[in-house]
Design a binder for this molecule. Structure first.
Ligand code: MN
Length: 402
């Protein structure tokens, strides 16, 4: 029968002691230098006042909860952020401004543009704003790595949707420009949820008409979107032809990231070549790296320009991550790559942001819509973290008043 004494500790048996197990840290690992550790520390710097205000408001609006509840801040009727599965969703449960003149009271305003009449293949982006708002309920206003809390550090509202005219591109464009120019003139940063990419033109036009300053555009897409017409109309393949015809929007300041694959119409390529826009493919970006890409994009978009607009087409992401879109294409960005570049370019400040081509009828488990949410909060978070929210206000020298 064998001894119960473990061999490794049996000095008395004359055996050498077992080697103690050493945990070897990675030689380069220094806890104090990691983002993970810094973010833990950074959270302590954030205020909780906004959260306190929201909870008191929720109690006031929703009636005190039942006596059996321990947390006396829980109301009877759900109001505000919690619970995430309840409520009538605005974007990120931000206040809905019933009177759109009130957008002036906020740093940024989300505007839905439910429009898919510019679609040339799968329709459904008219439901984009609803899809994005619904799944936005999943998010808290706090981001760990950035150490920002949008509720504490900025004010955001949801202005609802522009009244688009489904059978008429041109009337819809006029409505969209009018809505965007109203928000922009108020001083709130316009954040548009599309909608197909045809809205890029009227959104930029709405901003451009309120200013004498020059606007650059950073465009995330698999598609070049700069041909004059498609199917005889100004479809979602055409926004940058029309936007860069505007007197204060130069094609030289149009930076197109992620273009490529088998869905790029040659008419658009010819036009981009003629106008000398700036195109980087996924291969280019992989080769030069994300930081360098952001650097180049900023340099080109801001060259002799006074502000930058971001147009983010969710189909710039590999279609495996964004099934719910109008023209899915394999081989695009990984989500984290696009988010990284987006955060870096937004860090210099924006005059507007649109996220387009989220098509909920084709979506799976809301993942495309969720990515759309992420684009918006990532850009806002980056601007807040770098103190750039509101930096567009200096350029509003021709505000509209309706
Ligand atoms: Mn596209």
């Amino acid at each position: 029968m064998m001894s119960h004494q473990p061999v490794r500790s049996s000095r008395r048996a004359g055996l050498s002691p077992a080697r103690s197990r050493v945990r070897r840290h990675h030689p380069d690992f220094n806890k104090m230098e990691t983002q993970g550790w810094k973010a833990l520390e950074a959270e302590a710097e954030l205020s909780g006042k906004g959260w306190g205000r929201e909870r008191r408001w929720a109690l006031e609006m929703g009636l005190p909860g039942a006596d059996s509840l321990t947390d006396k801040f829980i109301p009877t009727f759900a109001r505000g952020e919690l619970p995430h599965f309840a409520g009538i969703n605005t974007f990120l449960k931000a206040p809905y401004v019933e009177n759109v003149r009130d957008v002036a009271k906020y740093d940024a305003a989300v505007v839905g543009i439910p429009f898919d009449s510019g679609t040339t293949y799968r329709p459904g982006t008219r439901f984009g704003p609803q899809g994005v708002r619904r799944i936005s309920a999943l998010y808290t206003p706090y981001n760990y790595e950035m150490g920002v809390d949008l509720r504490e550090q900025m004010t955001l509202c949801d202005a609802g949707d522009v009244f688009t005219i489904p059978a008429n591109l041109e009337k819809s464009f006029d409505q969209i420009s009018r809505g965007v120019s109203h928000v922009f003139s108020s001083g709130a940063l316009p954040v548009m949820i599309g909608g197909d990419h045809s809205i890029g033109f009227p959104c930029v036009r709405g901003i451009a008409e309120c200013t004498s300053k020059r606007i650059g555009i950073i465009h995330f897409d698999r598609h070049i979107d700069i041909q004059e017409k498609d199917l005889d109309e100004r479809m979602h393949t055409t926004p940058w032809f029309w936007a860069t015809n505007l007197p204060n929007v130069s094609p030289k300041n149009l930076v197109q990231l992620g273009i490529g694959g088998w869905q790029v119409p040659r008419d658009g390529v010819k036009e981009a070549r003629k106008r000398d826009t700036n195109v980087l493919t996924i291969d280019d970006i992989e080769k030069i790296g994300l930081e360098k890409t952001a650097e180049i994009a900023l340099e080109l978009a801001w060259k002799d320009a006074d502000a930058v607009y971001i147009s983010f087409d969710v189909d710039s992401i590999d279609c495996g991550f964004v099934p719910g879109t109008g023209w899915p294409e394999p081989g695009g960005f990984l989500p984290r790559e696009a988010l990284k570049i987006l955060g870096m370019v937004a860090a210099e400040g924006l005059c507007g942001l649109e996220v387009v081509e989220v098509s909920p009828p084709y979506d799976t488990s809301d993942i495309t819509a969720l990515f759309g949410v992420r684009v918006i909060v990532e850009a806002l978070g980056s601007m807040v973290a770098h103190g750039k929210l509101g930096s567009h206000k200096h350029m509003i020298d021709k505000p509209v008043a309706y």
